[in-house]
Design a protein around this ligand. Structure first.
Ligand code: GLA
Length: 729
């Protein structure tokens, strides 16, 4: 079979499944192409599968076969660019997979067998490559699912064996990339409660840098599984080569970045193997989570837009649909509410003009009423003292006020002071012989137990069955896993991994029955957002920190990876900023309120009502438009970001003062993403009642706005300014 024919088959528009016979393995070059990029795999004469390229696409596909001989991938101890590096034989660098066979032997040497390409639709293709050990009946299939127009690839592995007894997987990564560049700069994040998404960027040197989590649930409280790597030099917003990655996994993850002796970047991403040797029965397939990545040679902005379009089109629930604006009662009442108080809040919801009222924590528990965070969690029966007429009354009242009703749950958790704990102590994750350890006075339920899965599904199902008009759920997760031990699992070391599989199993059941209902993924902050779990949710809660200046920074960093419509931004009373600033900051994502509406002065209320109406006018741009970061808050007095609709006829620009220095303020800020040939009318939005805008409404060409820019006149006294950019009629 000639090479060019083979390449055509792999990348061309053929619709059926095709299997390549591996007779002449050395001829097999496997380019995985997307709109601008190619990842190239090549089989060596001794049938090892290597990764030889990741970068801009070549015009002539036949030339992919010439790449390997130009690059140096090896040194004294062999080659370092295996596409899924096994351990215990030839490789002595960090492996992607390590196993203990049924007979106790720890060697593995995976060789190429064959591969198939399936064209799923015009945009999506799946390449599957089968690898097999020559001594043991053990195999791995590597999968590369490409999204051509978005320049995005999802990669995962399926591991199986037919040995006589169980095999232990000591490491089982999703992906093992080998990237060649003249230098690598990693941007990753750290944080803690209310200080999520603190960035750090560093040059990667020889050796291994690892980002990981061992927290069990809410993996990214400390370190999220998102990152970017610039190649050759640190990328800018609109220039430079940069790769973004996210392990689609909501538990312990591990991503190793190894600059090897031949100066390649070996990137290995997967479930964290810490305390997680996985016992795999013969004939069972172990499917790793997906590792999603994109590469751009036009900087961080394009990489974001790639990932965000992919997320909206293929990953998050209802990514191209609408979102509900809301009033939440967490910070306005905490646990202290009753029917009359909530009836008043439902009226306020209508008055404000938002779509929905969201009842937060505190509505359940009778023997141990949920009047604080120390009791009642797990007892999902309506508290009779606070709500004698049940949830049904609130749903009815909401309807009477022409607003929707949503509710908070935290179904994976339990307070020791609860009937659930008393009845089912074996459903709780804890060490049988050690004292219990709590985070926020609570423990995590053992989801690996199918009865617990039924219980958690039942919490959601019961609410919807009894209240079919329930419009929204905020699903919280406020504890990590201490004392990891399951009374159910036979193999304790399967526990961390099985917990997350079990969570996804429950969420699969929820989504099978309630495919579209909006669900917010909350976690006492941005402790649980990744593309594994966003598959089930419409939005996430980035942080409990809603102080608006802090929020600009947190929302900014999340904006690199997640679309704006997934970022639940609530206006609260945190900090000292005026209501206009707080609302303007919340409007750059999915707008919500968590304040006492009755305490707003008349002009403040009028401002909020107008802002909600303005938000609705521009929600299509914010939710589904292309996002352009204009000025980074870490480098400028003024942070600036804009969203443009796909037709380039309408855009909204958000500008925030983030410096308190005396002369801090804006100058002209160049817009992006407009049509240079169109004329646009510029005007200011969200002007506070009684104030006059200093931005005169005027018309400019797209060329002018993108070359010279517009000065939003941000300064002390005008700390946040929103600008509408509309095609001139
Ligand atoms: C977490 C959430 C808050 C609120 C409380 C309720 O902290 O982040 O928004 O829902 O739980 O207990």
């Amino acid at each position: 079979m000639n090479k060019s024919y083979l390449n055509t088959l792999l990348t061309g528009a053929f619709l059926c499944l095709f299997t390549v016979i591996s007779a002449k393995a050395q001829d097999v070059v496997i380019p995985v192409e997307t709109k601008d990029n190619a990842l190239v795999l090549q089989v060596t004469p001794d049938k090892l599968l290597n990764m030889v390229y990741f970068g801009s696409k070549l015009t002539d596909k036949n030339e992919y076969g010439s790449i390997a001989k130009m690059y140096n991938f090896s040194g004294t101890i062999g080659s370092y660019n295996n596409a899924y590096t096994s351990s215990g034989t030839r490789n002595l660098l960090e492996p992607a997979i390590a196993v203990t066979h049924a007979d106790g032997n720890k060697s593995l040497d995976l060789k190429y067998v064959n591969h198939t390409v399936t064209k799923i639709n015009d945009d999506v293709s799946l390449l599957s490559i089968k690898l097999k050990d020559s001594v043991y009946d053990f195999e791995v299939t590597l999968n590369y699912q490409t999204y051509y127009n978005e320049d995005v690839t999802e990669q995962w592995s399926v591991i199986t064996h037919h040995e006589k007894k169980d095999v232990v997987l000591n490491k089982y990564a999703s992906a093992n990339l080998c990237i060649k560049a003249g230098g690598y700069w990693l941007k990753h994040y750290h944080g803690d409660w209310a200080q999520e998404m603190q960035p750090e960027e560093e040059a990667l040197n020889h050796g291994i840098k690892t980002i990981d989590s061992k927290l069990g649930t809410r993996a990214d409280l400390f370190e999220p599984p998102v990152f970017m790597v610039s190649l050759n030099k640190p990328a800018g917003e609109d220039e430079g080569e940069v790769m973004y990655g996210n392990l689609e996994w909501s538990g312990n993850f591990r991503i190793d970045f190894e600059v090897d002796p031949a100066n390649n970047l070996r990137l290995i991403a997967g479930i964290n193997n810490f305390a997680a040797d996985y016992v795999l029965k013969p004939g069972v397939e172990f499917t790793t989570p997906k590792f999603v990545y994109t590469l751009s040679n036009k900087g961080k902005g394009e990489a974001s837009r790639n990932l965000q379009s992919w997320a909206r089109n293929y990953k998050i629930v209802d990514g191209n649909g609408p979102r509900l604006t809301l009033l939440n009662n967490w910070e306005s009442t905490y646990f202290d509410f009753n029917e009359p108080k909530l009836a008043g809040l439902l009226k306020d919801t209508k008055k404000l003009g938002v779509d929905m009222f969201l009842l937060d924590d505190g509505w359940f528990g009778n023997k141990y009423p949920r009047n604080g965070d120390h009791a009642g969690l797990g007892d999902w029966q309506v508290n009779k003292a606070k709500l004698p007429n049940d949830i049904a009354y609130l749903v009815k009242e909401a309807k009477a006020n022409d607003v929707k009703f949503g509710i908070w749950i935290e179904p994976e958790m339990v307070n020791p002071k609860s009937e659930l704990y008393e009845k089912h102590p074996d459903w709780v994750i804890k060490q049988p012989q050690r004292p219990e350890l709590y985070m926020r006075n609570q423990l995590v339920l053992d989801l690996t137990n199918p009865k617990v899965q039924d219980f958690v599904f039942g919490v959601v199902d019961d609410l919807f069955t009894k209240n079919p008009e329930l419009a929204y759920i905020k699903w919280d997760c406020n504890s990590i896993i201490f004392n990891a031990y399951s009374a159910y699992e036979k193999n304790q070391s399967n526990f961390y991994t099985d917990y997350v599989f079990a969570l996804y199993k429950v969420l699969d059941r929820v989504r099978a029955k309630y495919p579209k209902v909006p669900l917010m993924l909350c976690s006492g902050g941005g402790g649980r957002v990744d593309y594994g779990v966003l598959k089930y949710f419409t939005e996430y809660w980035p942080s409990d920190d809603t102080e608006p200046v802090e929020r600009i920074f947190i929302q900014w960093e999340n904006s690199y990876f997640y679309p704006a419509l997934t970022s639940s931004n609530h206006v609260t009373d945190w900090g000292k900023q005026p209501i206009k600033f707080r609302v303007d900051v919340a409007m750059m994502g999915k707008l919500g309120f968590d304040i006492v509406i009755g305490k707003l002065k008349p002009d403040e209320l009028a401002f909020c009502q107008n802002a909600v109406a303005t938000y609705k006018q521009f929600s299509d741009e914010i939710w589904h438009g292309d996002q352009y970061r204009l000025q980074n808050p870490r480098e400028n007095d003024v942070a600036s970001i804009m969203y443009v609709n796909p037709a380039k006829t309408s855009a909204i620009m958000f500008n925030y003062l983030v410096s308190t220095r005396y002369h801090a303020g804006s100058s002209a800020i160049k817009l992006k993403g407009l049509n240079p040939d169109k004329m646009y009318t510029i005007s200011e939005l969200n002007v506070f009642p009684g104030r006059r805008s200093t931005i005169a409404e005027a018309n400019y060409s797209g060329k002018f706005l993108m070359t010279v820019g517009v000065n939003p006149d941000v300064r002390d006294g005008r700390a946040s300014v929103l600008i509408a950019v509309k095609e001139t009629k």
